[in-house]
Design a protein around this ligand. Sequence first.
Ligand SMILES: CCCCC/C=C\C/C=C\C/C=C\C/C=C\CCCC(=O)SCCNC(=O)CCNC(=O)[C@H](O)C(C)(C)COP(=O)(O)OP(=O)(O)OC[C@H]1O[C@@H](n2cnc3c(N)ncnc32)[C@H](O)[C@@H]1OP(=O)(O)O
Length: 251
Amino acid sequence: MREGLRATLAVSAGFWCALGEMLRSCAARLRMLGALRKDEHWPARNLGPALRWFSSEKDFCLPNPSWSEDLRHLFHQFMKKCEDGSWTYISEKEMLDLQKKASELSFQNVKPMKKKQFPSTLTRNFQEGLGFEYAMFYNKDERRIVCLFQGGPLLQGFPGLLHGGAIVTMVDYSISILSTKTIGFTMTAYINITYKRPIPIGSVVVINGQVDKIEERKVFLSSSVHSADEKTLYSEATSLFVQLNLEKSET
Ligand SMILES: CCCCC/C=C\C/C=C\C/C=C\C/C=C\CCCC(=O)SCCNC(=O)CCNC(=O)[C@H](O)C(C)(C)COP(=O)(O)OP(=O)(O)OC[C@H]1O[C@@H](n2cnc3c(N)ncnc32)[C@H](O)[C@@H]1OP(=O)(O)O
């Protein structure tokens, strides 16, 4: 009799747990649907003040107090390389102008953004020093890009180490600028990254990207991520970017 009662209680506890879990999950879905229904195409609007709008007033690619000595040193080294014109510094304004142009494109049934303002890109949604600190340099003749990158504590994955998603984000972003500067607006078709060594939070790495081959609308690129002293190879990636077929998509 007592055994039977215990079994009944166990089953009913399990039932209430499962029901609770189901209700929590339904509530979360309803919250998400509610947020989306207000503006299907622009759910982020509902985030209100949490959303940071892009500002062209400040060049976030210039040194700030959160930059380590290594990052400053490399930055000044590359600025020196710019003096003979072989390398050029890519300012925040130039990136913003590219983004502005991209926001006006119409492709694959995505309508151009009506807003004059638009949110800042993923890599700029963090306060100084907490997320992505970087500066980029472009070599037109060699079809290369270099990104000096210091990843902050909000990009942590495994304790003390940069999240792989943050690493590939920075690689992807750098080479998307390279491929766009090489043949016009492109999108990542694939990026295949191999993580060889973990990157400590706050350390400075150098991302090297280069165009390997162009076949009509396809740009094949390779990239590597090294330590500032070039002794450690952290990651390597190969990728394909495809030039946007704007004529086809405007139909
Ligand atoms: C809004 C645009 C932003 C552009 C960025 C610009 C500049 C950067 C500057 C400033 C920064 C501003 C913002 C950018 C910030 C970050 C950017 C990061 C980059 C990304 O984070 S971006 C998001 C992730 N990305 C996607 O969300 C793409 C989804 N995808 C598609 O939208 C299509 O898939 C597309 C467009 C790729 C192609 O579509 P499509 O219709 O135009 O062309 P189609 O399919 O015909 O392919 C043509 C030829 O590529 C071959 N091909 C295609 N895909 C392949 C694959 N995976 N493997 C092997 N081959 C492939 C075909 O086999 C054919 O080859 P073939 O001609 O030899 O037959």
